[in-house]
Design a binder for this molecule. Structure first.
Ligand code: NAD
Length: 419
């Protein structure tokens, strides 16, 4: 039997996912070759003076995959694991994410190879401002609009916006999203990704006829996505029974007291050791008897090794690329319904889009209006993906890619080739 080699490169995996959709669509070769590559990739090396006077050299990236449907959009990641390969993969996935939910953006991503927890606040600000200056040639409201991702915060976004504004000589609030509300941020942006995860989980449970009793949920990640998702899923009537972070996980089959857990995490810096639950190993979370599993931490968490143990009926893939392709195949075979990352976590970029629109028109909406619009956009996308999945007899991930790639390919064809 021929053994198919699995690529280790995140970008090769992203290309493989694209190829699967291109095959379903029968995409012409020239369009396929174009969309498999990124449009621009910028690597920068820059010095930053630390508090003790020493000078450190940092490396950062900004990649734009495609801008045929609108300006490039995508987060900035601060992590020691950042590589150009990973940023290219994430930039491509942003193109499909914006297309699948029908917002007028292309895809981009950026990152700096740095562990932000090891820097003082002032060092973090200097890294940010210098990185923003280095990539400024690409950034702007009509060109490329960064946002937060792993390791970056609304404050980091405020520094980037301020740096771009200093270069321009006036405030350019629409150059970055995910900012604090005081400087042109949007109501509802902070919990938008978790809110989108919640809306989609509720719709998927309805579709799967699993919404009647109290569905249970286990969440990996208790950060900017996982924490609001936990709170909102609880409010939507689900029972959150397990939560994990980078150090471990906690489990209580009767449901976790989320407020107390948040307080405990604030004090201890981790969820483990929480009195009203049992400590379990991080990996155990995947084998729990729950209705829903929400991976909301980092990529590559669900693999061929733990996929066979998963007992959840539904996975809402909140973290980018949390499920690898081998695991996808196992989950499909076992009938686990997956809401794929490009749809599952699109709430963040949808409200980022609303933030950008509000900044451009200098007219701000109330949170209720934002949540209503988010619900409309993300639910519409869910049913469009579901119909594609049913009509084309493909899984939800392939369906999401098919829909997105078709939209980007159409825009590319309509625009034609310059010159
Ligand atoms: P975050 O840094 O705020 O939180 C990450 C959480 O994951 C933390 O609780 C951390 O302890 C945990 N974690 C990290 N490594 C882990 C590991 N190896 N095992 C278990 N837990 C681990 O990040 P975030 O903004 O919540 O992002 C989470 C994911 O969602 C990422 O894939 C990100 O790209 C994606 N995402 C974020 C947004 C957003 O608006 N923040 C939007 C779309 C997608």
């Amino acid at each position: 039997m021929a053994v198919e080699l699995q690529p280790r490169s995140a970008f090769a995996i992203a290309q493989r996912r694209f190829d699967a959709a291109a095959d379903v669509l029968g995409l012409p070769d020239d369009t396929r070759r174009l969309l498999r590559e990124v449009k621009r990739e910028l690597t920068v090396h820059f010095p930053v003076r630390h508090d003790d006077g020493s000078v450190h050299l940092y490396t950062g990236f900004r990649v734009q995959h495609n801008i045929n449907r609108g300006p490039a959009k995508g987060g900035i990641r601060y992590s020691p694991d950042v590589t150009l390969d990973l940023i290219k993969a994430l930039a491509m996935s942003m193109t499909w994410k914006c297309a699948v939910v029908g917002i007028p953006y292309g895809g981009a991503k950026g990152g700096v190879v740095v562990d932000p927890r090891r820097l003082s606040r002032s060092e973090l600000e200097h890294v940010t401002r210098r990185y923003a200056t280095e990539i400024a040639l690409l950034i702007g409201p009509e060109k490329d609009i960064p946002a937060p991702d792993l390791g970056t915060t609304p404050e980091v976004m405020a520094w980037i916006m301020d740096t771009i504004s200093m270069h321009a000589g006036h405030s350019v609030t629409a150059s970055v999203t995910g900012k604090p509300v005081e400087v042109g941020g949007s109501e509802g942006r902070q919990e938008a990704a978790g809110r989108g995860v919640t809306y989609l989980t509720v719709e998927a449970l309805k579709y799967l006829n699993l919404g009647e009793e109290t569905p249970t949920v286990a969440i990996q990640g208790f950060g900017k996505v996982g924490l609001p998702a936990a709170r909102l899923l609880h409010r939507a009537g689900l029972r959150v029974v397990a939560v994990g972070d980078s150090k471990g996980a906690v489990y209580n089959p009767d449901g976790l007291d989320l407020e107390a857990l948040e307080e405990h995490r604030k004090v201890r810096g981790e969820v483990s050791g929480f009195k009203k639950a049992e400590d379990i190993a991080g990996q155990e979370l995947f084998g729990l008897p729950v209705t829903v599993l929400v991976p909301a931490a980092v990529e590559g968490q669900i693999t061929e090794h733990n996929a066979p143990r998963i007992r959840a009926r539904l996975i809402t893939e909140a973290a980018n690329a949390a499920i690898d392709p081998q695991a996808d195949a196992i989950l499909n075979e076992r009938g686990v319904f997956v809401v794929p990352d490009i749809l599952a976590n699109a709430g963040g970029v949808i409200v980022s889009y609303f933030e950008w629109v509000q900044d451009l028109q200098a007219f701000f909406w109330e949170e209720e209006e934002i949540n209503t619009k988010l619900h409309h956009v993300i639910t519409r996308a869910f049913y469009e993906v579901l119909h594609t999945s049913v009509n084309r007899q493909v899984d939800m991930r392939t369906a999401a890619y098919v829909l997105a790639v078709q939209r980007v390919a159409n825009a590319t064809t309509v625009r034609g080739i310059y010159p």
